[in-house]
Design a protein around this ligand. Sequence first.
Ligand code: NAP
Length: 478
Amino acid sequence: MEPATFVLFGATGDLAKRKIYPALFQLFVDQKLPSSFSLIGLGRRELSHETFKSNVEQSLITFSRSEVKDADVVKKFLRAFRYHVLDVDRKEDYTKLLRLVEEREEELNITPNRMFYLSVGPEFFETIATNIHESGLGSVDGWKRLVIEKPFGHDLESARQLNHTLNQAFDEPEIYRIDHYLGKPMVQQMGQLLHSALWEQADLRTRSIANIQISANETLGVEERAGYYDHTGAIRDMFQNHMLQLLMMLMIELPNRSSVDEVGKLKRKIMKSLMSLNKMDITQHVVRGQYGAGEIKGEQVVGYTDELGIAVDSQNDTFIAAKLRVDDPFWKDTPIYIRTGKRLKEKVTRIVIEYKSKGPLKDLLIVEIGPNEGIFFQRSQSDKERSDVEMSVRSQLSFMKESVKDAYETLIHDALVGDKTYFAHWDEVELSWEWVQPILDAYQDTLIPLHIYSAGSYGPHEADELLARDGFHWWFDF
Ligand code: NAP
């Protein structure tokens, strides 16, 4: 692997501590970091290199999935770490940073390959990219890469503006947009596993699909993210990115790992084939909700507007369900239902593919993405007695014998080796915003009622009606 300098903006923040350092450490333990590797952590607070290293060590003790017993291994890992004070707005800080980066490259005698990882709020992305460019940090003999986390914009227009600014400093192939759902092992292997699953169940290969259901249900509420979440909502926080990415990954049904261009091309094709919703469709095909007070696992919880930091009259959504159609001869009769929300009864990310059948028994192909992972078949009763669903698992594929990797390990490694397959590409991000924008407009124009649902339920009953109108129900809402 080529040598690299990892320049980490937001090195004192929560994401760095919980995810980035543990992932880098695991890659180090697994010998998957470049042999010449240097990390420069950035933040506003004054820290010595030593204090920074000991903070990183502390985060490894708390969050690493490798047992941090061997002090020598940790010490070796931390040798690569330096700290530099930087305020994103102060141009002189970038000039000093450039000197430090060059010094380290000389010390290690490595080609300038620089990865700029922005673990900071999205409001800083444009300023940082511009300052990297103007300071000369981005002028390298080797490669340069920019890693950013969603949200990529707040709506279609701001996403385009953000991308335009980033493109002044980085070309599209140099921009790595993390959507951590794409780093999940089950999501990455879904195409291949579905393919083998369908070979095992030969009769299903020729059968039509009645509907597809994609759910990402959370039990947590808004927690400490009130400021961010209250102007983001479920549609921007989950639906526009994670849920549409899951849909794309499901539908490409890749038999084998494809090249990045191929994955990108197929995903674009899928997004373009999604039928866009007009105002009338939106009122009928989109359900918007907000959690009220309720009980989750025996514990009373407050409603959204009683959460700390949320306005008492907030009209923000914590739940969305939508019915999507695909304009394609194969999928034209198959509705796709997507839902996601907070404070729901059960934490689960799951896809259910329901096959057409004449009798009361339904064949389901189920993809469990989290917290459990697997693909299996189930033959179930179609009646409403959901608790009577016959749990006759017909086939369970063996999956991921090795310990499950964290999404950040996979994605950081891929970014270091320059593999963009499982990152969100601009075209699909733009197409996702284009599809979602009419819904945002309808929200703005209050065309869609905000339904209050009890915490601990499966969301507003209008989300059940969305399927009931077509003769279906959400599977596994026990
Ligand atoms: P955080 O704990 O608030 O950390 C923010 C970081 O940004 C700190 O290191 C802070 O350093 C730095 N920072 C803030 N203002 C700065 C400025 N003007 N100049 C230079 N540095 C500045 O936030 P976080 O939770 O780590 O989240 C970072 C990003 O990741 C956000 O965009 C978030 O949406 C995203 N994200 C977070 C998580 C998560 O689990 N936390 C998950 C997914 C995505 P100083 O205070 O030292 O300046």
